[in-house]
Design a protein around this ligand. Structure first.
Ligand SMILES: Cc1cc2nc3c(=O)[nH]c(=O)nc-3n(C[C@H](O)[C@H](O)[C@H](O)COP(=O)(O)OP(=O)(O)OC[C@H]3O[C@@H](n4cnc5c(N)ncnc54)[C@H](O)[C@@H]3O)c2cc1C
Length: 414
């Protein structure tokens, strides 16, 4: 039983069948439409009027690979017993194994009922219908999605203001120092960016800030993050305070029987290289299911009613955390996990604000590399990916890594 009909669910079905699983597969999806891809919802908000189907994007159609696909059937409860699982979804569905792949939902802030959010194809359709040239759009949040929407809307003649509580855009992901380098992109795209600004009230025609400013709006978009969509599980599985499910390298939910797995945005997975890795990014939902299926179908992995002891790592490919974004005319890739307090080394030939550059996060005072961000530098992308392909974090000569004239791979220490 695969619960959820998004990217992680689709990939789970495909990976199980590719590995020869010929048992019964049922997919439950809350939405009424077939699986689609989410990144185009923001990047192609205004130039792609309908969903980008995963059957076309990945060449994988769950409706032909699974025995049953029930769309418009949200799971509302799960019970785990010694010989199987039961899921409530209108009727009770029984299975030997449950894979929780219910993804995330947009974070909604109480009192901001007048703001739209962008997480589903329906959300995109509602937002698209409201954005015409000259419309005043206020985006709350200068994270990945807020920045992407601001860029495409401004390019289409929408008058865009972005309100950000932190001192810089992308602060949650990149920290203030690196996030600040994205600041000029907003002005260059014709977007007004207001940082260090706290929203106190959202009305149908305005957003009020703590400093007393009233920002007029025809449309307000709250782009303030997403939370794992696991409320439906109640206390059936151990959930983290943010709602995520802690899993081992085979995506078995910790402290639950092996027959319960979680993958994609719901999962907080253990990585030998990076420690605990949160979901929330496309690549994790693309690759995680491969390790999940390999582990699940391995007979040496112990009985399904056994509990994960948290040591399974035999087959894990341990993919590097990877995010991509196209925003305000720039192509960004982020490999690894920047940590607060890391030392940041820049590879920048042109100086702050101009041209292409990369940022590297090192453990304080150490050659150990934690993360790499590339901005319009495709030549660093392949090198960054390869650096994180080993079992441990890579070690780099920091001076050479900061020299744009030295290929990034040549900065690696033996
Ligand atoms: C606008 C937008 C832009 C994005 N852009 C990027 C990007 O540029 N780069 C990047 O790395 N990531 C991006 N992401 C994140 C990426 O899309 C997600 O990480 C990815 O979709 C996760 O896949 P998933 O299958 O875990 O979850 P989802 O894609 O959310 O799929 C989960 C499915 O489960 C269903 N579901 C939920 N609850 C239940 C239930 N109780 N019962 C049954 N079904 C249920 C949902 O309806 C949904 O269809 C973006 C996300 C959004 C919203």
């Amino acid at each position: 039983m695969v619960v959820g009909a998004g990217l992680a669910a689709t990939q789970t079905v495909a990976a199980l069948r590719e590995r020869g699983f010929d048992g019964r597969l049922t997919v439950l999806g809350a939405e009424t439409i077939p699986p689609y891809d989410r990144p185009p919802l923001s990047k192609h908000l205004l130039d792609r009027p309908g969903p980008t189907w995963l059957s076309e994007e990945l060449g994988v159609d769950v409706r032909t690979l699974a025995d049953e696909v029930r769309l418009g059937s949200p799971a509302t409860a799960l019970r785990v017993g010694p010989s199987g699982v039961e899921i409530d979804a209108g009727t009770i569905v029984e299975a030997d194994v449950a894979v929780v792949a219910t993804g995330a939902r947009a974070r909604r802030v109480p009192g901001w009922e007048h703001a739209l959010v962008l997480h589903t194809a329906d959300d995109a359709a509602a937002l698209r219908a409201r954005l015409t040239p000259g419309t005043r759009l206020v985006v709350i949040g200068a994270g990945w999605i807020g920045a992407e929407v601001a860029g495409v809307a401004a390019a289409a003649g929408v008058e865009v203001t972005v309100i950000e509580a932190a001192p810089a855009p992308l602060t949650g992901a990149l920290g203030t120092q690196v996030g600040a380098r994205a600041m000029p992109w907003f002005a260059a795209a014709g977007v007004r960016l207001v940082t260090d600004a706290r929203v106190v009230r959202v009305e149908p025609d305005a957003v009020h800030l703590a400093d007393g400013e009233r920002v007029p709006a025809d449309v307000v978009l709250a782009a303030v993050g997403a939370v794992p969509a696991t409320d439906w599980l109640g206390a059936a599985l151990p959930r983290e305070p943010d709602g995520s499910l802690r899993v081992d390298e085979g995506y078995a939910v910790l402290a639950a029987p092996h027959r319960v797995r979680a993958v994609g945005d719901v999962a907080l997975r253990r990585s030998h290289r990076h420690g605990w890795v949160t979901g929330g990014h496309w690549d994790g939902a693309l690759r995680g299911p491969v390790d999940l299926a390999t582990d699940l179908l391995d007979p040496s992995d112990g009985p399904l009613d056994g509990t994960s002891d948290g040591t399974s790592a035999a087959h894990a490919s341990d993919p590097v955390p990877y995010v991509f974004s196209t925003q305000l005319g720039h192509d960004l890739t982020l490999f690894g996990l920047p940590r607060p307090g890391d030392d940041v080394v820049l590879r920048d030939g042109a100086g702050a604000g101009g041209g292409d550059w990369s940022a590297l996060w090192f453990r304080p005072g150490s050659p150990v590399l934690e993360a790499v961000l590339t901005v319009d530098r495709p030549r660093d992308v392949g090198a960054a990916r390869r650096l994180f392909a080993g079992r441990d974090l890579p070690r780099l000569d920091r001076d050479r890594a900061g020299d744009v004239n030295v290929p990034l791979r040549d900065a690696a220490l033996a």
